[in-house]
Design a protein around this ligand. Structure first.
Ligand code: GLN
Length: 454
């Protein structure tokens, strides 16, 4: 099959299923097919890079030259990016075809894709349910086979939680492995791009394309190039799996617990050993995250002022009025809530009590993992406390929504790599995700563990 034929097959399927699922916000069939034609020529000339002709979807947080890039917000409804994010450049270099831009929570703030200005995304496994978020469009697109694989970003769980809820695989790499250049910033010290796909093997191939040093991101890490697929077929005998007792406590759905325990039993059969560990500061990760992430967001989002780019309110009297109206009309409720919290915790008189205190606890949370990895090679547990919930179910209770990230957030605070792979179904027949957390730069070992189970 040629890349043009493959791309056309996906485009036809998208035309048929996307009106219901709403996984894509922007398509550009001409641009996709032009890339596919170029890929087919590479193949005939025998100079094809590794992902030549493979149709990949991109989360709408990545700037892609000539493509509308909205970040799920009215603020950027008509913004066409004048340049490529580093991640997009990397996929272009690898020969991939950009199939389209996927829906997401506004500025990646959310766990259900319900904060998107472009409407909710439906979970392909049950369309009355959410796909998770913020990379919900990507997760739904992969699950419904509307692309071969796709990108996501993860600030507090936004790759792993939607992967779990949609029954696919997703990996958040070690902080600094993928460049944040051209990725619209939410909380810069936590944001990390990563792949979402059908299998660990696909994620490894995606990582080979995405990862790499980029001097335009000051936190990008200069490391030797690695092949993320190199250990996929290693046997698991001797692998030490740590099970944190805090991940199997109150708040975890019993159906999710059962599916995760069954997966751990499978790992024992594959030769792994299991050790009980503790991450004592787990319960502090949500309060710490909801001080630090909004603080960074309030600063990052100050650039959306109606002057430089994006939406500008049509009627105003003077500059201040223009700023106020633009931001009042351009941002949705959840984004405004975060900006207000962030501005508050950074303000004089509260900075020490909230922001500095949260930074201190962030360090303790990271130390918990350092201690734990003295006793085990990988940590496993649930990705999310429940399977996909109903659309609208948590809509008016932000704290309930924030709790869906209880098992994923600490990983971002520590800068560690984490992934989610499917491990069966819950009592409502919706998919359950198994989370695998690794030590810094241990992505290849995590992918090995995932691949052997799959
Ligand atoms: N759900 C979390 C939040 O709303 C995490 C989002 C993310 O990882 N981008 O902030």
């Amino acid at each position: 099959i040629s890349s043009v034929e493959l791309t056309q097959l996906y485009l036809d399927r998208i035309a048929r299923l996307n009106p219901e699922l709403n996984a894509y916000v922007t398509l550009n069939p001409e641009a996709s097919l032009a890339q596919a034609r170029a890929a087919d020529q590479c193949i005939t000339k025998n100079e094809a890079p590794p992902l030549t002709g493979i149709p990949i979807a991109q989360k709408d947080i990545f700037c892609a030259k000539g493509w509308r890039t909205t970040c799920g917000s009215k603020m950027l409804e008509n913004f066409v990016a004048p340049y490529d994010a580093h991640v997009i450049e990397q996929f272009n270099r690898a020969g991939a075809v950009n199939l389209g831009k996927t829906n997401m929570d506004e500025f990646a703030m959310g766990s259900s894709n319900e904060t998107s200005y472009f409407g909710t995304v439906k979970n392909p496994w049950g369309t009355a349910r959410v796909p998770g978020g913020s990379s919900g469009g990507t997760a739904a697109a992969v699950a419904a086979r509307l692309c071969a694989a796709a990108t996501g970003t993860d600030t507090g769980g936004s790759i792993r939680q939607p992967a779990a809820l949609c029954g696919i695989s997703g990996l958040k790499p070690t902080y600094g492995v993928c460049s944040r250049y051209g990725m619209i910033a939410f909380a810069s010290s936590l944001d990390q791009a990563g792949p979402m796909g059908r299998s660990a093997e696909d994620l490894a191939l995606m990582m080979n394309a995405m990862a790499g040093f980029d001097e335009r991101d000051s936190t990008s890490l200069q490391r030797e190039k690695e092949d993320y697929a190199r250990d996929l077929n290693k046997p698991l005998s001797g692998l030490r799996i740590g099970l944190p007792k805090e991940f199997f406590a109150e708040g975890l759905g019993s159906d999710v617990a059962q599916a995760v325990e069954a997966a751990i039993a499978e790992y024992r059969k594959l030769g792994a050993t299991v050790v009980d560990i503790s991450l004592p500061n787990t319960r502090l990760s949500i309060p710490v995250y909801y001080v630090l992430a909004p603080a960074e967001a309030s600063s990052n989002l100050s650039r959306f002022d109606g002057v430089r780019y994006g939406y500008r309110a049509p009627d105003y009297t003077d500059l201040t009025d223009m700023y106020e109206k633009t931001r009042a009309q351009g941002f949705g409720t959840e984004v405004k809530r975060r900006i207000m919290i962030g501005t508050y915790v950074l303000s004089h008189g509260y900075y020490d009590a909230y922001y500095i205190q949260a930074q201190r606890i962030r360090r303790l949370i990271a130390q918990d993992f350092t201690e734990a990895f003295k006793q085990c090679d990988v940590i496993m547990g649930p990705t999310s406390p429940s399977t996909a919930f109903k659309l609208g179910e948590k809509g008016d209770d932000p704290v309930q929504m924030y709790l869906s990230d209880i098992y994923t957030i600490a990983v971002n605070l520590a800068g560690l790599p984490g992934m989610s792979i499917p491990c069966g179904f819950g009592s409502n027949d919706m998919p359950v995700g198994l989370q695998i957390i690794g030590n810094y730069f241990d992505e290849a070992r995590m992918l090995n563990a995932a691949h052997q189970y799959q």
